[in-house]
Design a protein around this ligand. Structure first.
Ligand SMILES: [Zn+2]
Ligand SMILES: [Zn+2]
Length: 339
């Protein structure tokens, strides 16, 4: 006999252990949407936000975020512009091509204005190229770090150009629990402080928001499936040992085991950090604000000599990567042309 929904008695599609309930399709969607709203309201994520650039990779988390943002846009009074980046990751799997396709399909389906940034065409390199040649060009950062710098730079730059008040990314609760844990372990206070649903903008930075921070990975997956969202399932071919390698992967697995044993563990862990611990850290730090988007980023930064974007150094990390590849790329292009 089928398991019944705790609310209405229809067949249940999933069990939510931390609330001790089993829910049918309709009640599960309602439950996830309510948690989305509750979390964003508690941390005033949409306060003073009128235009959001939704950064969509084509995976389940960012697409669930896009649908949720879209569903409540009139409630909170913001408009959405979609952004997806073709990072040039192929490795025989057409990884980037499939990711961009999934993102664009949803932008069209929801009738959302969007931009596709082609890294190779716009900036002259691909992530695969960095993986293959980066070391020889003197880029010492791991490929995932270059990819992160690239994505953050493009998100911020396009959000500013499009006149947006915030960039939204699809980090879920499992991601945040992992990041909080590892940054606390490493004592990376500046990174730890960024683990928050909303970071104010200012000084050449757009505000950053994480609207699905309250949803478990399982919930963003279910929400995508229940709404027939076609997402790209593959993990990045460069992520051989998970994000940040074996250590980060192990932490994530242990946190997930704790969740299994004590349902609600990750939610409590993340919320305790955000409600009780982070406020104490912010008051003793250079960055912060109360997250309402009014205070601005308090670090005083200079400008990159090449691109004019905010940077702590003379040349920003993005431009220094570009300057190392640009020579090599132009050589390769002229060689392939035969001149
Ligand atoms: Zn029901
Ligand atoms: Zn720059």
């Amino acid at each position: 006999m089928a398991v019944k929904c705790s609310r209405c008695g229809k067949p249940a599609v999933a069990e939510i252990r931390y609330t001790r309930s089993r829910l049918c399709r309709e009640h599960l969607i309602e439950f996830i949407e309510r948690r989305f709203r509750k979390g964003n309201e508690e941390f005033k994520v949409f306060k003073n936000i009128r235009r959001i650039v939704a950064a969509v990779s084509g995976g389940k988390d960012s697409l669930a975020m896009l649908y949720l943002l879209h569903r409540f846009s009139s409630v909170y009074g913001y408009e959405i512009i979609g952004l997806t980046i073709d990072l040039g990751i192929d490795r025989g799997k057409e990884y980037s091509t499939k990711s961009v396709e999934a993102a664009v399909e949803s932008f069209k389906k929801l009738d959302i204005e969007y931009v596709v940034v082609d890294l190779s065409r716009e900036y002259g390199y691909t992530i695969d190229f960095i993986r293959d040649r980066g070391r020889r060009l003197g880029i010492r950062r791991p490929v995932c770090s270059v990819c992160g710098i690239t994505k953050r730079y493009i998100m911020n730059r396009f959000a500013l150009e499009l006149g947006a008040d915030a960039v939204a990314t699809g980090h879920n609760l499992n991601d945040l629990a992992q990041f909080i844990f590892t940054n606390m372990y490493g004592g990376h206070i500046d990174e730890l402080i960024k683990m928050y649903p909303k970071l104010p903008g200012g000084n050449g930075f757009t505000a950053k928001i994480k609207p699905v921070f309250m949803l478990y990975e399982k919930e963003t997956t279910l929400y995508s499936i229940l709404n027939n969202i076609r997402f790209h399932h593959d993990t990045c071919p460069h992520l051989e040992n998970g994000i940040g390698g074996r250590f980060q992967t192990a932490i994530r697995e242990k946190l997930e085991q704790l969740e299994e044993e004590f349902p609600g563990f990750m939610l409590n862990y993340v919320l305790t950090y955000m409600r009780r611990i982070r406020p104490l850290m912010v008051s003793g730090s250079s960055m912060g604000g109360d997250g309402d988007g009014d205070s601005g980023e308090k670090i005083s930064v200079g400008r990159c000599r090449i691109c004019g974007m905010p940077s702590l150094r003379d040349v920003c990390a993005f431009c220094s990567i570009r300057s190392r590849v640009s020579l090599k790329v132009s050589e390769t292009i002229s060689r392939s042309r035969g001149d």
